[in-house]
Design a protein around this ligand. Structure first.
Ligand code: SAH
Ligand code: F3S
Length: 472
């Protein structure tokens, strides 16, 4: 294993290996410890668990801290430039550990691996392994290859249209909720977004495999499942004619699964059947994350989102008519190429009209390969993007606080997730509509993670309900 940044940037094809793997006995790797650090979306967190599961099948253990690890994998995000910068910063910190432990294998996985393999090998030549999102089933062999050989970085970033990791079991933390990826890739090609380039085309995990994973969660006493996909409600499995709404119904029938969430649906593919399923099934939570991105029809068209703002608002109205207490959140991008003050105003007005429970808000970040990068000028000055972002963050804070304040005095059913991060004397959990709720641990320790408790809300912050147990 190379000990320094002196590796050449030549790229080897792991598929072309000559069989030299047999030089070392298999047991050599038993119990080697892997630490996976995750950046980005929930899909990436789920992929990290998938990688953990794939490596565990080959005898690798997981490390609780990177200092204990024989292998460190950084599972990366490429959606915005800032995410990439953080990863490069992190890699240079980890270089020090490679100096101390020459045998340490340092790998980069995920969307940046797919997108930036040359740049990674150039800027961080001490990286041993670069593995894209469709190559995780080969991870054990690739890691072993790095451990055996002191050579060039091992790179496997082949996109594979058929890869859905059927039959694998993610290595999950024991807990209350688990992620299940039901779809990989994305076919929408929004003009700002890199995901279709890093994760390939959309494909569905067969319902039988989704059900296997959900049943497995129920057997292990998990109460909640979160279904993941880039456009999760576009899910359709041809061979079994299974729509997303039908899949939800099947999962809701599993004994022990008491809450089902999903993220993120695509507005255009939100069918009346799906609204009906959310309304009809208690198990499907009354909370939907519905990315809008902008409220200007000009901007939406240039983003190629496929809907007008009138259509989006009509969808919200139909949802609220059928499910009056539904909570909504969204994603918003400010400073997309050509966004005028008037366009931006329309977004502010929309936020005031809809009153989302919360929102993820971003400055537009130009991404290589995307249509916007090729065909549009990133013409909104960073300063203007920053001002617009601050303005909507402040507005949303106010709205979120008011939404939370309206719950003071109510009694909410909360699924307890564990100790509060801020205070070990408190517990925290979520309401059905995804409100984080914090309350003191009852003295008799009668409440624990996985319990449903009634909480009377007596105060709040802008994102958290504060209360106490009134029954359990
Ligand atoms: N469909 C995915 C979206 C992935 S990206 C999902 O399940 O959430 C998450 C969010 O990042 C997008 O909704 C968008 O608001 C934001 N985003 C994507 N590309 C971006 C870019 N180039 N600049 C700024 N924000 C971006
Ligand atoms: Fe990206 Fe649009 Fe798909 S935001 S993930 S291309 S739906």
């Amino acid at each position: 294993m190379s000990t320094s940044a002196s590796k050449s940037s030549a790229i080897r094809d792991p598929h072309a290996h000559d069989g030299g793997f047999n030089a070392m006995p298999e047991g050599e790797f038993e119990g080697k410890k892997v630490y996976i650090e995750t950046y980005g979306c929930q899909m990436n967190l789920a992929d990290s668990e998938l990688m953990g599961g794939i490596l565990a099948e080959d005898g690798f253990d997981s490390a609780d801290a990177f200092e204990e690890a024989d292998v460190i994998l950084i599972n990366t995000c490429a959606v915005r430039e800032s995410a990439e910068e953080r990863v490069f910063g992190r890699l240079s910190q980890l270089l020090q550990y490679k100096h101390d432990d020459p045998d340490l294998v340092l790998g980069v996985t995920g969307c940046m691996a797919e997108n930036l393999r040359e740049k990674i090998v150039d800027q961080a030549p001490y990286v041993d392994l670069v593995v894209g999102p469709d190559a995780y089933r080969r991870l054990p062999e690739l890691v072993k290859q790095c451990m055996r050989e002191n050579a060039d970085p091992v790179i496997d970033v082949k996109l594979d249209q058929d890869e859905v990791y059927e039959g694998f079991s993610p290595k999950r933390k024991d807990g209350v909720g688990g992620w299940v990826s039901i779809q990989r890739g994305c076919d929408k090609f929004c003009t700002f977004c890199i995901v279709p380039f890093t994760r390939g085309r959309e494909r569905a995990v067969p319902p039988s495999d989704v059900m296997r994973q959900c049943r497995n969660l129920a057997e292990r006493d998990y109460k909640k499942v979160t279904l993941l996909g880039q456009t999760v409600n576009s899910y359709y499995h041809d061979e079994t004619d299974t729509s997303f709404a039908r899949l939800l119904d099947q999962i809701a029938d599993i004994d022990g699964i008491e809450r089902i969430r999903f993220t993120s649906p695509y507005p255009v593919d939100f069918t009346p059947e799906l609204i009906d399923t959310i309304a009809r099934r208690d198990e499907v939570c009354n909370y939907v994350h519905l990315p809008v991105q902008s409220a200007s029809n000009d901007v939406l068209e240039r983003m190629r989102r496929g809907y007008t703002i009138e259509e989006y608002e009509d969808l919200v109205e139909r949802m609220r008519a059928k499910i009056p207490d539904i909570a909504l959140s969204t994603d918003i991008i400010v400073g997309f190429p050509g966004e005028t003050e008037e366009d931006f105003r329309e977004t502010v007005d929309l936020m005031e009209r809809i009153r989302f429970d919360f929102a993820y808000m971003f400055k537009y970040s130009e991404r290589e390969k995307t249509y916007a990068e090729r065909e549009m000028e990133d013409d909104i000055p960073d300063e203007v993007k920053g001002e617009r972002l601050t303005q909507i963050i402040e507005l949303q804070e106010e709205i979120s606080r008011e939404v939370c304040e309206s719950r003071i005095g109510t009694v909410e059913e909360v699924l307890v997730e564990g100790e509060s991060k801020r205070d070990p004397d408190d517990l925290s959990g979520r309401t059905d509509d995804f409100k984080n709720t914090v309350f003191p641990k009852p003295d008799d320790d009668s409440v624990e993670a996985g319990d449903f408790v009634d909480i009377e809300v007596h105060d709040c912050t802008s994102h958290t309900l504060l209360g106490e147990v009134v029954s359990s």
